[in-house]
Ligand binder design. Structure first.
Ligand code: GDP
Ligand code: K
Ligand code: MG
Length: 274
């Protein structure tokens, strides 16, 4: 089989590097991304007949153009064409982590959710319905515990399966409402005339209506509106609407004192009500 190229993407501290190291051990290269001082780690492993190259990308919360880490992550996914994007998700902070997941899905490459920190999630009484999550987002979902090297084979098998079926992959598309969708159609038509690849049309169009300066400069198309806030809100609403079907927190009624403190700290950090 050909080499399968996999991008590891996730929020800071979701366990990306731990998972990457669990697979590659000492067999990886550390360098810098071209032109910037952000570390780049890459390693190739063999699994059955497959060679799989893993790339550990920097931790990010979003794929806006507001930091070098976000820009190089999205450029890597668009330009370097990984076969699969593995989105490492901190299962004990599912709802907050899924905001990045929705953005990754919009990039059009097949996504696998690696639900990491399942030990922490379980100890807090969270029960995650993997099937429902998978169905809701039309992506594969695999549970892992990077520190205990649990679920590593399951994830590799999913990577191979998803990579083999990548031509058939069809990402979910959020409905941004009539007004925004009209803008998107218009921009997509303009981009088609510039021979922009079909799979990335919607993402570029979304970035243009979000007034993303980097993409606007690159493609030379301007939309006079700026729907950045609306689009973010629609993503959050989408997650809020399905999360209770996917996630059960059985400690809610009867949580321990340290759980309560933990939640306050977490929410404060995420800018949520405490
Ligand atoms: P990164 O910022 O995404 O690269 O995250 P790291 O790999 O540096 O991990 C952040 C912290 O979480 C470290 O202290 C890890 O040991 C810890 N960690 C990673 N995966 C797990 C896991 O599955 N369970 C638990 N309990 N801790 C984990
Ligand atoms: K870290
Ligand atoms: Mg790291």
């Amino acid at each position: 089989n050909d080499n399968i190229k996999v991008a590891f993407v996730g929020n800071p501290n979701c366990g990306k590097t731990t998972l990457f190291n669990a697979y590659t051990g000492a067999k990886h290269k550390v360098g810098n991304w071209p032109g910037v001082t952000v570390e780049k780690k890459e390693g190739t492993i063999t699994y059955g007949d497959n060679k799989i190259t893993l790339v550990d990308l920097p931790g990010i919360y979003s794929i806006s153009p507001y930091s070098m880490e976000e820009i190089l992550t999205r450029e890597y996914i668009i330009e370097d064409d990984p076969d699969v994007v593995v989105n490492i998700v901190d299962a004990s902070n599912l709802e907050r982590n899924l905001y990045l997941t929705l953005q990754l899905i919009e990039l059009g490459k097949p996504v696998i959710i690696a639900l990491n920190m399942m030990d922490v999630a379980k100890s807090r009484g969270f029960v995650i319905d993997k099937k429902k999550l998978s169905k809701q987002l039309n992506v594969s979902v695999v549970e892992v515990v990077a520190t205990k090297k649990m679920g590593l084979d399951d994830l590799l098998q999913q990577i191979i399966e998803v990579s083999n079926e990548k031509e058939q992959y069809k990402p979910i598309e959020l409905d941004y409402g009539n007004e925004i969708e009209q803008h998107l159609i218009k921009i997509e038509n303009e981009l088609k005339l510039q021979n922009v690849d079909e799979n990335i049309l919607r993402w570029y169009s979304l970035k243009i209506v979000e007034n993303d300066s980097e993409i606007i400069n690159k493609l030379n198309i301007v939309d006079k509106c700026n729907y950045e806030e609306e689009i973010a809100k629609i993503k959050y609403d989408y997650i809020t609407n399905f999360i209770s079907n996917v996630l059960v927190n059985s400690l809610d009624e009867d949580e321990t004192f340290s759980d309560k403190i933990d939640k306050i700290v977490t929410n404060k950090w995420a800018g949520l009500p405490i």
